[in-house]
Design a protein around this ligand. Structure first.
Ligand SMILES: C[S@@+](CC[C@H](N)C(=O)[O-])C[C@H]1O[C@@H](n2cnc3c(N)ncnc32)[C@H](O)[C@@H]1O
Length: 223
């Protein structure tokens, strides 16, 4: 299992393997969802388990009850968040593609958390704008942004409005397989992530930690 995950994330660092072997606490349902997802043609999109576990630990540490999961794929991040939240917690899961999400639904059911997960199948920017127009400002505790990279900045600005002070916005893939420091890579996704990383570094609305975990995880703590 660990080996297949390591291969999946193209990380051959034995110390990374060691940290995972000495910290991962996935439930059986989570492990099985990962196994199914790793056989999917888009397996590379699966959230790294150590990243999802850190998010879950942070949710519990700040007493989170309402979470935005922006980019669901087969539902691993939504499942992890739902397991971390109390019985009256809510995960709002945003994705375009129902086909991907349908893979995860039986696992949510098996884990007994389907009632906590509210699915919004639409472009994530539209759903976040709808929440803002509905006046849900400052009512969320945690957002995990893991959808299309060119959309990250828009999702950030929306989530900053929707998250309460003291809440957390976590961005996945902010190292983008190392390409953020490869100046020859001027692809749209890489340029968008580089610009976002520079913006977050200088943004005084937040405190920040940029972690070399998974494919890079940037944690923004709303002031
Ligand atoms: C990297 S995957 C998410 C992985 C997931 N968070 C996990 O932990 O396994 C990215 C997801 O974003 C979705 N996506 C891409 N563009 C989107 C958009 N504009 N609005 C909503 N979802 C989008 C894709 O359909 C895909 O399921």
């Amino acid at each position: 299992m660990i080996e297949s995950l390591m291969k999946s994330y193209r990380n051959k660092d034995p110390l990374v393997a060691y940290t995972m072997q000495h910290s991962l606490r996935q439930t059986d349902v989570q492990k099985r969802l990962d196994e199914v997802t790793l056989k999917h043609r888009r397996a590379g999109m699966l959230g790294a388990p150590e990243v999802l576990q850190l998010n879950a630990n942070l949710m519990q540490a700040i007493g989170a009850k309402k979470v935005l999961d922006v980019g669901v794929f087969t539902g691993a991040s939504s499942l992890s968040a739902a397991l971390a939240l109390p019985a009256d917690g809510e995960v709002h899961s945003l994705d375009l593609c129902e086909e991907y999400v349908n893979i995860g639904k039986p696992f949510w059911e098996e884990a007994g958390v389907t009632n906590k997960i509210h699915l919004h199948i639409a472009p994530a920017g539209d759903t976040l704008q709808k929440f803002i127009q509905e006046g849900r400002l400052g009512t969320f505790d945690f957002a995990f942004i893991d959808a299309d990279k060119v959309g990250y900045d828009n999702y950030y600005e929306c989530c900053l409005k929707l998250i309460r002070p003291g809440g957390i916005i976590a961005f996945d893939n902010t190292l983008w397989d190392g390409n953020v420091i490869n100046s020859e890579d001027q692809s749209e996704d890489t340029v968008a992530l580089r610009k976002l990383n520079e913006k977050l570094r200088d943004d005084q609305r937040i405190n920040i930690s940029f972690l070399k975990i998974g494919d890079g995880l940037t944690l923004c703590f709303k002031k």
